[in-house]
Design a protein around this ligand. Structure first.
Ligand SMILES: Cc1cn([C@@H]2O[C@H](COP(=O)(O)OP(=O)(O)OP(=O)(O)O)[C@@H](O)[C@H]2O)c(=O)[nH]c1=O
Length: 635
């Protein structure tokens, strides 16, 4: 099968999987479908006797699951998703339908009825296309089922109970999971393996093909019915403008799609063989047109996202700059015309921006107007407690400029603040280049928001309760210090940072009881003596420094640490797939901005050891940060 199946047709739609099954989630996301998960609340209690066949029961249950989610989402937002997918898997043996066991005895009953026999696994699937018409939910439902036959070996009582005690049967139809331990019970299967696991991916793709590429009458003879076409490109304007959300709307034989040329995938059914097409015969194009789903190159969905990503970032920056989210906080939904009036912008263009924000999930749109999502209230409002507004503005006003000079940084091997901002790299964090109060505060608020995101997890990555004093070097607004003080009531924390930072630190001082545990000290950790502490902290500092300064700083910290004292280091590392993406992006950031670099976990560990910190422990925080704790050995 081609790597670019017709699931690409779903790329521009808001797709929801109405299922709590982790297996279905995995199968669909492995296939490249982008979707949200909203588990259905439909109780699987339809009267089995009222169905003509077991598969009809599975299909109806799948449909009810999907419809439950579609109508709940529609009621909540007055905007249902474009597509809701529901599925239901059942096992049938001897005319009985087996669903998930309710307890171990039930699992035993099911598995013993399957022992030594062939049974069928049916998965019913419903694909519900949703439309909102005059505030009412309208749906087009496509459904199908797939059957796979599975034969179990004879199962001894011992094996049966051992398997039941493993816990695996409990959330699975028929009481087994073929994809895991249950695979050992299986002698053979006939049919689609993924259907047994919970989602018949191949049949699903064929169904999508039927829906999105209905054959033109004149092509019927030539279409391979059992194949899965490849996807449209973004050049199909109906997709890009969102007008393509309705399946099977093409007027057969209307010539629609010809504007994209005879070879545009999807324009005329990409599996239709081309010999009969006079436009293509004998040309290079003809060769291309003869491509089938198996030979077309993979659809570059991730690549396109990468190519277009900057536009999405800039749209977010713009909405933040216009303070759209501030405007929508704690008020009834607002119409585009009022928002545009308030931010003093063009109505039509503001509406497009608001719709984009809705599409990416940071605004909600109802008939009453636009309102903030919870995410926007938490992070995009400029003065919320966890606001990332300044971080976003810093990216807009500062980092964006620097990144437009990335090519120079790479070619010349130098950072680019002079070219981009008219400053030297070393001036970026120094007093020597006075910044306006607003710029300084924006930088500090940006750091504050970013640090707060992981401060609690960093503070609790290790048990630090036996330390009585800590010093956060370059601790800026004290966001981490504050969490440490809250977590460890006996800890006194000093925040050390440059005078130009400390000048404004009072704006961020906590008001709770932890305020008494925190003191702010103005100084330069390269020049001034470090405040005395049992625990020093360097959180996201080292990667911004050139190697010689890293060693300089670590030896100063080491020199100030008493034997038994510790250093807590926080950095994104290079040798973890998840963290590496962030870390490498940070590398590019340092490349254009400063002279630092990212390191692997091993390198950070060695750096600590080299500077006298032993017994280095590492903990992962969130998806991307490593926290290292090293103890100062006696010199
Ligand atoms: C035979 C078999 C089944 N399953 C799982 O059994 C659940 C069926 O139950 P369901 O009611 O269709 O789904 P659910 O898990 O309750 O989720 P929901 O869609 O929310 O109803 C699904 O999970 C399937 O993967 C496996 O993981 N492996 C197997 O070999």
């Amino acid at each position: 099968m081609a790597l670019c199946p017709v699931v690409g047709k779903l790329l521009h739609k808001r797709v929801v999987l109405a299922s709590a099954s982790p297996r279905r989630r995995e199968i669909l996301s492995n296939a490249g479908v982008r979707f949200e998960v909203v588990p259905s609340r439909f109780k699987e209690k339809l009267n089995k006797a009222s169905f003509s066949a077991p598969y009809a029961y599975a299909v109806e249950t799948a449909k009810q699951k999907a419809l439950d989610v579609a109508s709940r989402m529609h009621q909540k937002d007055l905007r249902a998703p474009d597509v809701v997918i529901g599925a239901d898997t059942i096992v049938t043996v001897g005319g009985l339908i087996l669903e998930k066991p309710v307890d171990k005895q039930d699992a035993y009953r099911m598995l013993s009825s399957l022992s030594g026999k062939e049974h069928s696994v049916f998965t019913g699937v419903a694909i519900v296309h949703c439309y909102s018409r005059d505030g009412q939910l309208d749906t087009d439902i496509s459904e199908f089922y797939e059957e796979t036959k599975v034969k179990f070996s004879e199962l001894s009582e011992e094996l049966l109970w051992e398997y039941i005690h493993s816990g695996e049967p409990m959330d699975k139809a028929g009481g087994y999971g073929i994809q895991a331990l249950g695979g050992m019970l299986v002698e053979y299967i006939h049919g689609d393996f993924l259907n047994v696991v919970g989602f018949p991916l191949n049949h699903f793709c064929k169904k999508l093909a039927e829906l999105y590429y209905p054959p033109k009458p004149e092509d019927v003879q030539r279409v391979k019915h059992d194949s899965i076409p490849t996807v449209d490109t973004f050049e199909n304007p109906s997709d890009v403008e969102g007008g393509g959300s309705e399946p099977a709307q093409r007027n057969p034989g209307s010539g629609e799609g010809e504007g994209w040329g005879p070879c545009a995938p999807g324009a005329g059914g990409s599996l239709v063989e081309a010999e009969g097409d006079p436009r293509a015969r004998g040309t290079k194009e003809a060769a291309k047109c003869n491509r089938t789903a198996e030979t077309l190159p993979p659809f570059p969905a991730d690549l396109l996202e990468l190519i277009e990503g900057f536009k999405a970032s800039k749209a977010l920056f713009t909405a933040c700059k216009l303070k759209v989210f501030d405007l929508l906080r704690d008020v009834a939904p607002q119409k585009a015309v009022d928002i545009a009036g308030n931010v003093d912008a063009s109505l039509y263009k503001t509406e497009r921006l608001l719709d984009f924000c809705t599409a990416v999930g940071i605004l909600e749109k109802t008939e009453q107007g636009y309102s903030n999502t919870e995410l926007a209230n938490l992070y995009l409002v400029s003065d919320s407690e966890d606001s990332l507004h300044s971080f976003i503005m810093r990216n807009n006003d500062h980092t964006w400029n620097l990144f437009t000079h990335l090519e120079f940084a790479i070619q010349e091997g130098t950072s680019q603040p002079r070219r981009a901002l008219g400053k030297e790299a070393e001036d970026l964090f120094q007093d020597s280049h006075p910044q306006s109060k607003e710029t300084q505060l924006q930088f500090m608020r940006a750091m504050h928001g970013l640090t707060r995101l992981t401060a609690h997890q960093v503070a609790t990555a290790f048990n630090l309760s036996w330390f009585t004093s800590a010093c956060d070097l370059g601790g800026c607004t004290g966001a981490l210090a504050c969490k440490l003080a809250q977590e460890y009531p006996h800890l006194q924390v000093t925040v050390l940072d440059l005078p130009n930072v400390m000048e404004h630190a009072s704006c961020f001082q906590p008001h709770g009881p932890e305020a008494a545990q925190i003191s702010f000290v103005s100084g330069d950790f390269f020049r001034d003596s470090l405040p005395r502490a049992d625990l020093y902290i360097l959180s996201r500092i080292l990667h911004d420094l050139p190697d010689d300064r890293v060693h300089d700083l670590l030896s100063r910290v080491s020199g100030s640490s008493k034997p038994g004292g510790s250093l807590l280091l926080v950095e994104a590392v290079l040798d973890d797939e998840q963290a590496a993406r962030v870390s490498l992006m940070q590398s590019l950031n340092t490349l254009v901005q400063t002279q630092g670099r990212q390191r692997s976990r091993g390198e950070y560990r060695r750096l600590l050891q080299q500077h006298g910190f032993c017994d280095v422990q590492v903990a992962r925080v969130g998806d991307t940060l490593d926290v290292f704790l090293g103890t100062r050995a006696a010199p």
